[in-house]
Design a protein around this ligand. Structure first.
Ligand code: DOR
Ligand code: ZN
Length: 347
């Protein structure tokens, strides 16, 4: 038996939804994680400080007693966002970042940004205040192939934006390409990225070869194997600019298993076991703590969590549920496609 004790991890990109789904999925994260950056793409979205405060209270009501979990709120950037409200919510300590969704890029992004010029005044105020901007980095132009949308975003949106506002602190979330990690690694300052668990494990064949597998469909969509390998290399590098954001994104099974299925992989329950497997496979278990527990808080200006987590490797496979139940139906858990041998005990 092998054990690994690390600082309690955080999830720097998480969807908890609302209502019955939130009720069911929140404990799946609060069991293992100290904090999580909470995505604001509800319907209607979390736009104002008041929205975020109310949503935070609804989340806290779903956290089991004794879990000590703290949701870190974000605001959804719209073309009518009020800069003063954003900055006040940040200074208050309530809100930790603003999320930029290009309109139409992903689930519930229809209220997002069509023209980046319209939000520049907000971004300027954020740059002054040192407030992070979390970015869904894909263009939405239907003429751009879906597998090229991340690279096109870097070239046509992100690089011009950063050239114009170098003081803006940007987190490129759920990077899925070599282009993405190379871009982050080449930046002088004010740019970091998160990587999901599933993008370290699947490539586009998992979605499309031998039958279409909707539970592996997410956005940005998984790319070729060479990109997955580049992401793995970045994850195990220990580089302070790279950290975990699971993008665990629950959808009820009928909404995934559909002629037009929703994008999102739900991985909260087994994420730490999957990551231990990946880091072990790479001979880099000593880098897991930096990726999952240290680099994220440093970027967000927070201390690492006080507590620790112990991961234990057993020879026999550890079982995780296939699905979790909600009052509105089941949600399928991410299947890494291999046996998991790591389990988590809370210290
Ligand atoms: O796969 C995804 N699901 N990607 C996103 O960007 C959004 C998320 C969701 O909200 O379901
Ligand atoms: Zn997401």
């Amino acid at each position: 038996m092998q054990t690994l004790t690390i600082r309690k991890p955080d999830d720097w990109h998480l969807h908890l939804r609302d209502g019955a789904v939130m009720q069911a999925v929140t404990p799946e994260t609060s069991r293992d994680f100290g904090r999580a950056i909470i995505m604001p793409n509800l319907v209607p979205p979390v736009v104002t400080g008041a929205d975020a405060r109310a949503y935070r209270e609804r989340i806290m009501a779903c956290v089991p007693e004794g879990d000590g979990f703290s949701p870190l709120m974000t605001l959804y950037l719209t073309e009518t966002t009020d800069a003063a409200d954003v900055i006040a919510s940040y200074r208050d300590g309530l809100v930790h970042a603003v999320k930029l969704y290009p309109a139409g890029a992903t689930t519930n992004s229809q209220s997002g940004v069509r023209d980046i010029e319209t939000v520049l005044p907000v971004l300027e105020k954020m740059a002054e205040a040192g407030m992070p901007l979390c970015v869904h980095g894909e263009v939405t132009d239907p003429a751009i192939d879906i597998f090229d949308r991340e690279a096109a975003f870097i070239e046509t949106v992100l690089e011009p934006l950063r050239a114009r506002l170098p003081e803006l602190r940007v987190c490129m979330e759920h990077v899925t390409t070599r282009d993405g990690v190379d871009y982050v690694m080449a930046a002088d300052s004010n740019l970091v990225c998160t990587l999901t668990t599933h993008h370290l494990i699947i490539n586009r064949n998992h979605i499309l070869a031998g039958g279409i597998r909707p539970h592996y469909y997410c956005l940005p969509v998984a790319k070729r194997e060479e990109h997955r390998l580049a992401l793995r290399k970045a994850a195990i590098s220990g580089d302070a600019r790279v950290f975990l954001g699971t993008d665990s994104a629950p959808h009820l099974d009928p909404l995934k298993e559909s002629a037009c299925g929703c994008a999102g992989v739900f991985s909260a329950t087994n994420t730490m076991a999957c990551l231990a497997h990946v880091f072990e496979e790479e001979g880099a278990l000593d880098k897991l703590e930096a990726f999952a527990s240290l680099n994220g808080p440093r970027w967000y200006g927070l201390e690492p969590n006080g507590g620790t987590m112990t991961l234990t490797r057993s020879d026999a496979p550890v079982s995780y549920p296939d699905k979790i139940d909600t009052d509105e139906g089941p949600i399928t858990l991410f299947d890494p496609g291999f046996d998991l041998h790591w389990s988590v005990t809370r210290d």
